[in-house]
Design a protein around this ligand. Sequence first.
Ligand code: ZN
Ligand code: ZN
Length: 354
Amino acid sequence: MSQKATFAMFETMGGARVRRIPVEAFPDFWAYVYLVQKEQYRVLIDTGSGTDTSHENLLSGLKQARIEPSGLTHIFLTHAHIDHFGGLAKLHPLTSAKIGCHELDLQTVAHHEAHYAWVGRRIDSFLAQTGLADETREQALSIFRFSKAIYQSVPVDCTFESLDMCHGPFEFLHLPGHCPGHVAIRLDDVVFCGDMVIQGVTPHLSPEWIHPYSGLDHYLDSLTQLEHWGKAARCFFNGHNAVITDLPAQIEATKQNILRRMSKAVDALHNPLTIAEVCRAVYGETGGYQQLLTIEKTGAYVEYLYERGMIVITNPGDVEQGQPARYQRLWDQTQTIAELEKKILRYTYIQEGI
Ligand SMILES: [Zn+2]
Ligand SMILES: [Zn+2]
């Protein structure tokens, strides 16, 4: 979010104190870190990005809460995206708090340099398959490499799996899709849901082609899991904006946003198009970081449509020669959208039947 975020305090039904600390993760892009105090626990949920500004914001938020970094008992990560875990690198030397993340995010947090070298190769190969011009591709990759410059690997003390998905009063639910190791953390009657649902924003998705356990299929499934698991919760604290009190409505809005974007893609796909061409049809001309985000999102949508048999590859001979695939829809617009609506909204129908 680009609006200035605000410090706030909440109390759970079980008497835990939650402080919401705003950090400017990147210029004009704010994120929330949460400090939770309950019994002997002083837990930080996420850490900001680790830029100098983000780190200063985090330290001043802790100071406002009268907690020293050395007084933290645990740091739990909702997921390994740089705006949420990057702050560990600067925080780690100041604290002996136990650091926990999901095992599918372990390589990103604890073996960052090697893992990013590997992921970078996969992004490069994905971008080459999208048909994006070489120059634009290079720009998009350089943005990805930027995060390497602000983070150095930090050892993880425990994965949530090793804790059997709970620790003291904290419970964890694995929600892959937006990020392979994304989790929600439940405490009393509140849930910390990271980037799973954010008001007015469709969370970023990248194709499973790049990161296993990401992509639209996993994300939709995770929305259903969260809705079910969070049924009794009163508040959902996310990583970027206002507290969510009506989760089903927020999930419905998120699904409608995805459907709207995908309808544009399906409309364009009456002609055989590369992923880069579909991206342009859906998002228009973009550049820099936006280019990387939009091409990854489009890749996730096209991957879903292809895996679900709604589009086909029209140039198998070219693909065999290493050229980008061109995709085209199998049915007309109305039938394809009707099928998509059924698939994307179907989990809601199942839940209503329970
Ligand atoms: Zn994220
Ligand atoms: Zn985020």
